[in-house]
Design a protein around this ligand. Structure first.
Ligand SMILES: Nc1ncnc2c1ncn2[C@@H]1O[C@H](COP(=O)(O)OP(=O)(O)O)[C@@H](O)[C@H]1O
Ligand SMILES: O=C(O)C1=C[C@@H](OP(=O)(O)O)[C@@H](O)[C@H](O)C1
Ligand SMILES: [Mg+2]
Length: 185
C-alpha cells in the first residue's frame, strides 16, 4: 500500500477476536506509517521460547494472562508503535485502563462467519481446542463483543478487503479522529 504522508501521534493498539486480522493488519499499518510493529503474542513467544499453545498447556491460561499484561505494559513504554494484542488481552479491566492511558484502541470488527473461516484450519489457538470449536468460537464472540465495543474506534473487516485495504481503512479512521501528524514534523 502507498505510504501516507502522516504517522502516529501516540501508540495504536489493535483489539478484537482471534482471526480478526490484528497481527496481519498491524504489520501492514506499521510499515505504511513508518513506526515499529509490536505483537504481544510474538513478544511472549520470543521471551518464553515456545508457542502460545505450549505456554497454555504447560503453565495455564492464568499464567499466560499475567505475562500478557506485563508484556503489553512494556511494549507501550516506547515510541509510538502499532501494537497488536492477543484476542483476550482487552477483557481485563486493568489492561483496558493501562492501554487507555497511553494509546488509542481500534477494534477490528469481523463477523463470526469470517472469523471461523480464518481460524477453522489452524491449530495454533489453544482456546479452540475443544470438541466443538465453532460453538466455542461463537460463545467467545458473543461474550466479548460488548467488551471490544469499548475501544475508541471500530473498523469493520469484510472478506473482500485485503490486508492492505484493511490497514488503509484503519489509517483513514485514525486520520478522521485527528490521531495522525505529518511525518516531517
Ligand atoms: N483481509 C485480511 N485481513 C486480515 N487477515 C487476513 C486477510 N486475509 C487473510 N488473512 C489471514 O487471516 C489470518 C488471521 O489473521 P491474524 O492476523 O492472525 O488475526 P489475529 O491476530 O487477529 O488473530 C492470517 O492468516 C491472515 O494472513
Ligand atoms: O482470544 C484469545 O484469548 C487468544 C487469542 C490469541 O491471539 P490472536 O487474537 O492474535 O489470535 C492468543 O493470544 C491466545 O491464543 C488467546
Ligand atoms: Mg494475532
Amino acid at each position: 500500500m502507498p505510504s501516507p504522508a502522516q504517522t502516529l501521534i501516540k501508540p495504536v493498539v489493535l483489539v478484537g477476536m482471534m482471526g480478526a486480522g490484528k497481527t496481519a493488519i498491524g504489520g501492514a499499518m506499521a510499515r505504511a506509517l513508518g513506526v515499529p510493529f509490536l505483537d504481544s503474542d510474538e513478544a511472549l513467544v520470543e521471551a518464553a521460547n515456545c508457542s502460545i499453545a505450549e505456554i497454555f498447556e504447560r503453565d495455564g491460561e492464568e499464567f499466560f494472562r499475567a505475562r500478557e499484561s506485563e508484556v503489553i505494559a512494556r511494549l507501550l513504554d516506547g515510541a509510538p508503535a502499532v501494537l497488536s494484542t492477543g484476542g483476550g488481552a482487552y477483557l481485563s479491566a486493568d489492561n483496558r485502563a493501562m492501554i487507555a492511558k497511553r494509546a488509542t484502541t481500534v477494534w477490528l470488527k469481523a463477523d463470526l462467519a469470517l472469523l471461523w473461516e480464518r481460524v477453522r484450519h489452524k491449530t495454533t489457538r489453544p482456546l479452540l481446542r475443544t470438541g466443538d470449536p465453532y460453538a466455542t468460537l461463537k460463545d467467545i464472540y458473543e461474550a466479548r463483543t460488548p467488551i471490544y465495543a469499548k475501544a475508541d474506534l471500530a473498523v469493520e473487516a469484510h472478506a473482500s478487503y485485503s490486508i492492505d485495504q484493511m490497514a488503509a481503512r484503519v489509517i483513514d479512521a485514525l486520520a478522521g479522529a485527528n490521531l495522525l501528524k505529518d511525518k516531517a514534523s
